[in-house]
Design a protein around this ligand. Sequence first.
Ligand SMILES: [Zn+2]
Length: 477
Amino acid sequence: MAVLARLLLLLCSPSWGLSAAAGKVDITPDLPRHTVYLAGFGARGRKPEGVHDRLFARLLVLKDGPRTVALVSLDLLGFSRNDVEDLRSLAGFAGPDRYLFAAATHVHSGPDTLGLWGPLPGVSGVDAAWLAELKMDVAAALRKLEGQAQEARLTGWRGTLDPKGLCRDLRDPAVLDPGLAALSVKAPGGKAIATVVNWSCHPETLGRSNLLITADFPGSLCAKVEDDTGGACLFLNGAIGGLLSPDLAAGQDPWRESARIGATVAGAALQGLALSRPFPEPKLEFRNLLVRVPVENSRYLLFLPALRPGHRLYDKAGAPLPRWKVYGLVYQHALRLLQPPEKPWVETEVSVVDAGPARLVGLPGEAFPELVLGGYDGSLRFGQPLLKPENPDPPDLAHAPTGPYLKELVRRPVPMVVGMANDELGYLVPEYDFKVRENLTMTPRLPGDHYEETNSVGPAATRIILDAAQYLLSRKK
Ligand SMILES: [Zn+2]
């Protein structure tokens, strides 16, 4: 009788195995009902003239017993922390066992979400109605997916892809990330639920003159993965600062180049996954850390009101900065540059998610690949000169940070460093090469490669964010 009771108990116990569901939501603005401006390439008021291909939020919900993690990949340049918080709240992601990880692909032909690319510098290009609808639609889809989760098996693959012809590094030192990683989520019968692909390059194939909305190469990448597998595809961009930009064939149509790059990366990821074996440990875990970083960049201080809708701002003592104080700081800064003790701080988030063989490290910006990989010895230059001979002010590599570098610390079979994750604060520049002219707009720029500093919250943020990531990776959980 006792044996029968035990057997019954066993049969009635909930299964604590992993389950998953995936899907996608069309987030393309409805033109002309929505008034959007294209993000990226400086504030020039790029109003889209039409849609070349649709933008999506791609969603993967993973459940393991009481724990639920949602991964969201958005065809956007960035998605600010307050928007991530809104999405979490709308989709019911709160509490110790629930986490939503949202990353932007960083596409440069999608709507402004950060308030930086309106008709004039300093004027937001965000269509508030479109952004609100996006969050409502994605939250509704996530809630629906939670009820559809089915038993799932995870396999992963980590490999390399020669960047030549796909991606190049525009800033010295030449350090490219050849890493390509993929996670496959399938039902026990082999039907694909989702494929997650992590690769590193700026989705800016179409360039600044393009006026059509497109998801750029992440769109063609995911289209191929979804066509080939039948499941959803989530593209998670990596450490793309420093600056990793598409390596386009001369004279070719940029639309064809965008399709070629996406299809090549997708093909390599699927080929790699075909070799993968089920991972014995279907664990699902997460940990995150809120950190505050000082806003040091003069331009960010001048355009501080643009940072405010997406972020919580604080003074040095840790008191929240109300709207009127933010405008007061801008006024003070314009009169006489703010000194370090007067500069505000911004809250952001760093996170780690374990899903079977994969470990995602979410960084809230565009980290330089050398911060993640090293490569200061020229081992990751892939045919480019480590330092361009014509660079008038090359970085002093003797002062470059020494290892171990972030990716070495990930210590899972399929490491994925994910940029623009749960926030977008701009470039995370290595401190040893952070050089700016100390004036209101940081112009004219110093000679050499120093564009990224002008779109970075400041040098201190790099160390604070990397330290937080290292701390999370060192924690056992
Ligand atoms: Zn960028």
